[in-house]
Design a protein around this ligand. Structure first.
Ligand SMILES: C[S@@+](CC[C@H](N)C(=O)[O-])C[C@H]1O[C@@H](n2cnc3c(N)ncnc32)[C@H](O)[C@@H]1O
Length: 248
């Protein structure tokens, strides 16, 4: 199965309802965790890349943090701006491929949240996402990646599962390629009796691999957690939170 560098284009419309599936309470808890782990304070600059429609940008902006949201999909950023306007918040948005951002020592902290890494066919492109984040940070700044844990997937592999977000039923069929660590997923969205399907591979990582990538991108003091309660990463933890620092 071949993927295009911009495979999210086309998938974006079908996937949009899924971005609202996490309850606001959980988004707020995630925002509080970012504040704690990345040392954010009112007035500090935070790069949310990719931000989607602002699931995390909005609660952070509410805390007085100066947020820049970057995403490939302009309609997601338009949603983010609508939410910000409604709450009288100021959030900067930039429509850009996450491999192409070109910030230099501008942000106090940055994050790539909710399995937004591993989208590119070339491993060097996935690493580039981390390198660009490192470049964007001020010395001393911290970066968090929050993504699905390959070890959990191996222990709990489900070739097929269903879930629902509002009026959309989603079926995900997964095949795992051991040679490449690519999870080839077919996502089918059922709404009003109409089915739309999209297929793409997602590179999934172990904590050990991610640590190596963080180090290659220039980060030091690399830490990993299996939950927002700071539990250790293990095969029982579905998600991981990996944090690195750009040394002063
Ligand atoms: C799973 S969503 C997560 C969004 C957000 N971080 C959150 O937690 O809600 C992944 C996001 O990556 C964006 N995306 C996909 N490919 C991208 C690319 N090449 N550059 C920038 N953003 C991209 C999508 O548009 C989508 O908003």
């Amino acid at each position: 199965m071949k993927t295009k560098p911009d495979w999210w284009n086309g998938f974006d419309v079908s996937f949009r309802p899924v971005l609202d599936i996490v309850p606001v309470k959980q988004n707020n808890a995630m925002a509080r965790y970012l504040i704690k782990k990345l040392g954010l304070r009112p007035g500090k600059r935070f790069l949310d890349c990719p931000s989607g429609p602002g699931r995390i940008s909005i609660p952070l902006a509410k805390k007085g943090i100066r947020v820049t949201g970057v995403d490939l999909i302009q309609s997601y950023l338009d949603d983010l701006q609508r939410k910000a306007l409604k709450r009288k918040l100021k959030v900067e948005t930039i429509c850009c491929d996450m491999r192409k951002i070109d910030f230099n020592s501008e942000f106090d902290a940055a994050a790539n949240i909710w399995t937004s890494l591993g989208y590119f066919e070339k491993e060097s492109d996935n690493l580039l996402v981390l390198r660009r984040a490192w470049q964007a940070l001020k010395p001393g700044g911290k970066f968090m990646v929050h993504l699905v844990n390959r070890d959990w997937i191996m222990a709990n592999f489900a070739p097929q599962h269903w879930f629902q977000s509002k009026d959309v039923h989603v079926m995900v069929e997964n095949k795992f390629d051991y040679a490449t660590s690519l999870m080839n997923g077919k996502w089918s969205f059922v709404k009003d009796g109409k089915i739309t399907s999209h297929s793409f591979p997602l590179r999934i990582y172990t904590y050990h691999e991610l640590r190596g990538m963080f180090a290659k991108a220039g980060f030091s003091d690399i830490q990993g957690f299996g939950s927002i309660e700071d539990e250790p990463i293990s095969r029982d933890k579905r998600m991981m939170f990996v944090i690195g620092t750009k040394q002063k």
